[in-house]
Design a binder for this molecule. Structure first.
Ligand code: HEC
Ligand code: HEC
Ligand code: HEC
Ligand code: HEC
Ligand code: HEC
Length: 396
């Protein structure tokens, strides 16, 4: 099928009969000026296919417009209904409204008022079973949305195509929130009222917006890099990610970089991790410094908070207690004991560590912001312990 350029597609519905499942979608809602005659022509082409009640079924004979997008999407993480990100609530049968915004297409539409409801936080739960479906990004009405409110409260004006990505990939907390919960407390005294603040997962949209988006905890007196502008024509998520397969087009990188392997790419001429190696990918500096930050957190917990700390990436809320420091998480009634040795200094550093490591693409999305957050976090932990920070040899 010959699909017209996206500028001519708008509120056209394609109903593809798929063994009883009806996939409804529209073309991208990005454009405003459609000629009615073209729309009529496309609508004819995309007519509804109804599966016959009895066989023989010959699916290969069915013409499904959008077949390429459906195929790419079906194999992507967005369509993987078995993933923890969608199946987490299966036993309950419903997803709380606060979670459904990003964990179900239906919840996303309700949040933005695209289902006829008033936009805003969901008033009721959404049934399980949904994924990031076609209409998450192609629902008519999206074109009218021209900004996204980040967890920091920053209202970011944006083009329609990025509204979905920036709604779901911007996390659930902010540095301002961490500043608030740790305000007016002795910096290095354990406060049992504190508990770990999780920025949430795959926060690429928030890291991309950097200091301006405000996901990281910003230390007073420091300045932070804003949105990573990269280089023209790299302008948004869609410059690199195909929105259906979600894959990164490495050929695009090769127009400017010597390699398409993101882990190996480096532009910066200074060594951030004290290794002196400026041939390694910037990802290596970021990883080295985040590993150092984790070591400093463990040391601080032990020396200042006087409690053993164990990080377990596979178990929420990730930070557990090890009072006798035998390297094994403490247990009470067979359950792991959550770490309660938080001081403002430790909580802020741990939050920044999690922000940086929650985005597996941060070296591409905003390497400078990542390096700044880690640098300042290590510096604050070192200072609190009277260590010579300069001896680490880190650059900011
Ligand atoms: C702003 C959007 C957003 C909101 C709101 C949100 N999440 Fe998520 N969540 C995500 C994204 C994006 C991922 C994808 C992470 C991944 O691939 O593992 C995710 C992943 C998860 C995962 C899987 C983590 C893993 O290790 O695989 C769980 C569990 C989860 N979220 C729970 C929740 C709960 C509970 C709520 C409501 C209290 C919630 N989320 C609200 C965006 C959100
Ligand atoms: C996460 C968001 C997202 C989801 C989910 C999504 N799309 Fe898209 N789709 C886009 C964006 C963004 C574009 C514009 C692409 C571009 O600018 O290159 C697009 C473009 C398209 C186009 C026009 C392609 C072209 O080359 O001009 C079709 C057709 C399409 N999508 C169909 C679908 C179908 C069918 C599904 C479900 C199986 C789907 N999309 C799911 C974001 C999405
Ligand atoms: C309704 C919320 C939602 C929207 C909208 C959304 N995502 Fe996602 N995205 C998720 C969730 C949830 C996951 C994790 C899914 C899983 O674990 O299978 C995810 C996973 C991903 C992944 C990881 C793929 C992988 O292989 O692990 C990428 C990349 C991604 N999204 C990019 C995008 C881009 C780019 C856009 C905008 C075009 C977008 N997403 C829009 C919720 C969303
Ligand atoms: C300059 C190109 C580029 C831009 C722009 C970009 N990304 Fe990425 N993204 C990548 C690369 C490359 C990776 C994988 C890095 C690696 O594996 O080393 C990645 C990784 C990701 C991941 C993690 C995937 C996984 O497998 O866990 C998510 C989610 C994601 N990007 C979403 C986004 C969103 C949302 C935007 C827009 C706000 C965006 N990206 C902008 C290139 C880009
Ligand atoms: C149009 C040219 C161009 C394209 C295309 C491009 N980049 Fe870049 N990239 C740059 C420039 C210029 C910088 C330095 C920007 C800065 O630091 O302000 C950069 C910086 C980076 C960095 C950080 C390097 C460092 O040492 O700070 C990474 C990682 C990166 N790009 C990965 C990618 C990947 C992966 C792709 C493809 C998905 C890509 N880039 C596409 C031009 C490009």
């Amino acid at each position: 099928m010959n699909l017209p350029h996206m500028n001519t597609l708008r509120a056209i519905y394609l109903m593809a009969g798929f063994a009883g499942i009806v996939i409804a979608t529209t073309g991208p809602v990005l454009a405003q000026s459609d000629k009615p005659s073209e729309i009529e022509e496309i609508a004819r082409e995309l007519s509804t296919y109804v599966f016959p009640k009895t066989g023989p079924y010959t699916p290969e004979a069915i013409v499904i417009g959008n077949a390429r997008q459906i195929e790419s999407w079906a194999r992507s993480a967005h369509a993987n209904s078995a993933a923890e990100a969608f199946a987490h609530w299966n036993a309950d049968g419903e997803i709380p409204g606060a979670c459904a915004v990003c964990h179900s297409g239906q919840g996303f539409r309700a949040f933005h008022g695209l289902d006829g409801s008033a936009p805003g936080p969901l008033q009721s739960p959404i049934p399980t079973g949904g994924v990031v479906d076609c209409e998450t990004c192609h629902k008519p009405g999206l074109a009218e949305i021209d900004s996204v409110t980040l967890p920091s409260g920053v209202v970011h004006p944006t083009e329609t195509a990025l509204v979905p990505c920036l709604t779901c990939h911007t996390g659930r907390s902010s540095g301002a929130n961490v500043a608030k919960v740790t305000a007016n407390m002795a910096e290095d005294t354990v406060n049992p009222e504190l508990s770990f603040v999780n920025p949430h997962y795959k926060v690429a949209g928030a890291t991309w917006l950097g200091g301006y988006g405000g996901i990281g905890y910003h230390y007073p007196g420091k300045t932070y890099s804003g949105r990573f502008l990269h280089a023209k024509p790299v302008a948004s998520c869609l410059s690199c990610h195909e929105p259906h397969a979600l894959t990164v087009n490495e050929a695009i990188c090769l127009t400017c970089h010597e390699t398409g392997a993101a882990q190996d790419i480096r532009i910066s001429r200074q060594s951030y991790d004290g290794s002196g190696d400026t041939a390694q990918g910037i990802a290596v500096d970021i990883r080295a410094n985040s590993d150092l930050l984790m070591r400093e957190m463990l040391d601080y917990a032990s020396q200042v908070a006087k409690t053993g700390l164990i990080y377990d990436s596979g178990r929420y809320p990730y930070f557990f207690a090890d009072a006798n420091r035998d390297g094994v998480v403490d247990q009470t009634d067979g359950r792991p004991v959550t770490f309660k040795g938080w001081t403002p200094t430790l909580l802020r550093a741990a939050y920044n560590w999690k922000v940086v490591t929650s985005d597996p693409g941060i070296h591409v999305h905003n390497p400078h912001y990542a390096l700044e957050l880690i640098h300042d976090s290590i510096e604050s932990l070192a200072k609190a312990q009277g260590k010579d920070f300069a001896a680490f040899g880190l650059m900011r």
